[in-house]
Design a protein around this ligand. Structure first.
Ligand code: 13P
Ligand code: SF4
Length: 379
């Protein structure tokens, strides 16, 4: 289990919530100036604009994990994202070789609001995964199954993959990772996002009939027959992103009817029918890149988290950018990070009473690192 240590904070959160954003921004800037390169604020693309404005580095999950892995001068990472991202940063920034290089000093990794979790990561609890693996061994040789976990998962699940010859992937490298895995095993068990697993495997030409879904709440076989399990090439865990699951094929049709020629651009966490009918897809970084490379006048309907789509719309007034849903699809947990939490966590860090510190259990960190390093070597 992750270890989180919470000393009594010097400053309580309540007064920060009374301050306006410009006062908070000044205080955040003062701490950043004071700490210089010893402090790195990382911001995921789904963060709100005010938070992104204070991020030293922003990126998708792959880029942010690489940045955490490469940290040299920094002694504190404040991660404006969600819990699994901060866990990953802790594992990578505090690998033993790095700690030795820093003469035993650890990088403090801070999540400004500990309630910023990920509902998808929570859908694959380690005890459920271990029970499924045990049950699978009654039908299949688990030595020949490669477990692959999307980076949006707990450190305990990453460690499980490390222990069982498996690997981590992100939405940027899922295809490369699946290829690597299928070269080493008869089949893959893909956690926790069934959509990313299915969409990636479809893009590789794998028959969807060979991708049964393992439902951890089913009575037996994850709800599958033994034949379906034996025929499987990619076994998908029954998990999803509650934000991306809200985009539907009907939204795609409505946009195409209303704006003939519009291009549909989606994240691969979207359901299969949305992914298959889209013109292009990719991680948050790829979505940004595709828009940046497009000529003025291009019309888009984009299926990913609302804050990113709104930012793209503001940054690219020369294009016509729409949100691919009539309803708000935003990540409520990403949104928990605001300037009040950021300022509060920075000032407590500065006062040597860090709040929201993420420190992964050493054994879990070691095995997670095995699975993360396999991915980073491929990327
Ligand atoms: P990427 O930034 O890697 O595309 O991930 C999207 C996401 O859902 C993060 O939680
Ligand atoms: Fe998790 Fe989806 Fe939010 Fe990403 S957008 S953090 S996958 S709930």
């Amino acid at each position: 289990m992750p270890v989180t240590s919470e000393p009594t904070p010097t400053f309580s959160l309540a007064p920060y919530k009374e301050l306006d954003n410009s006062a908070l921004a000044d205080r955040i800037d003062a701490i950043r100036k004071d700490w210089g390169k010893r402090l790195v604020i990382l911001g995921h693309h789904y963060q709100q604009d005010e938070v992104i404005a204070h991020s030293d580095l922003r990126g998708d999950s792959l880029r942010l994990s690489q940045l955490a892995a490469d940290s040299h001068e920094c002694r504190a990472i404040v991660f404006c994202g969600v819990h699994f991202m901060a866990e990953t940063a802790d594992i990578l920034a505090n690998r033993s070789a790095k700690v030795i290089e820093r003469q035993g000093e650890r990088v403090s990794v801070i999540l400004p609001d500990m309630a910023a979790g990920c509902s998808m990561a929570d859908m694959a609890q380690i005890d459920q995964v271990e029970a499924a693996w045990e049950e699978l061994s009654e039908w299949l040789d688990t030595e020949k199954i490669i477990p692959v976990t999307y980076i949006n998962s707990t450190a305990a699940l990453k460690a499980f993959c490390g222990r069982h010859n498996g690997i981590v992937c992100t939405s940027s490298n899922a295809e490369k990772v699946l290829r690597w895995s299928l070269e080493r095993g008869e089949r893959v068990f893909f956690f926790p996002d069934q959509h990313l697993g299915r969409n990636t495997a479809i893009s590789m030409g794998i028959d969807v009939a060979r991708m049964p879904v393992w439902d951890p709440s089913a009575d037996e076989g994850g709800g599958n027959t033994s034949d379906a399990l034996r025929e499987s090439r990619v076994l998908l865990w029954k998990g999803h992103c509650s934000v991306h699951q809200m985009f539907t094929a009907a939204h795609v049709t409505q946009f195409r009817e209303k704006f003939p020629g519009i291009k549909i651009l989606v994240h691969p966490e979207c359901p299969q029918d949305v992914f298959e009918t889209a013109d292009a897809s990719g991680s948050t970084a790829k979505i940004i890149d595709i828009v940046q490379q497009s000529p003025a006048g291009t019309q888009w309907a984009i299926g990913t988290e609302l804050h990113l789509v709104n930012r793209l719309r503001e940054e690219h007034p020369e294009q016509d950018i729409h949100f691919l849903s009539p309803v708000v699809c935003m990540c409520a947990t990403m949104y928990r990070i605001d300037l009040a939490h950021l300022c509060w966590s920075l000032e407590n860090l500065d006062a040597k009473t860090p709040v929201g510190r993420i420190e992964v259990d050493p054994e879990i960190a070691e095995w997670s690192l095995v699975a993360l390093d396999r991915m980073l070597e491929l990327s």
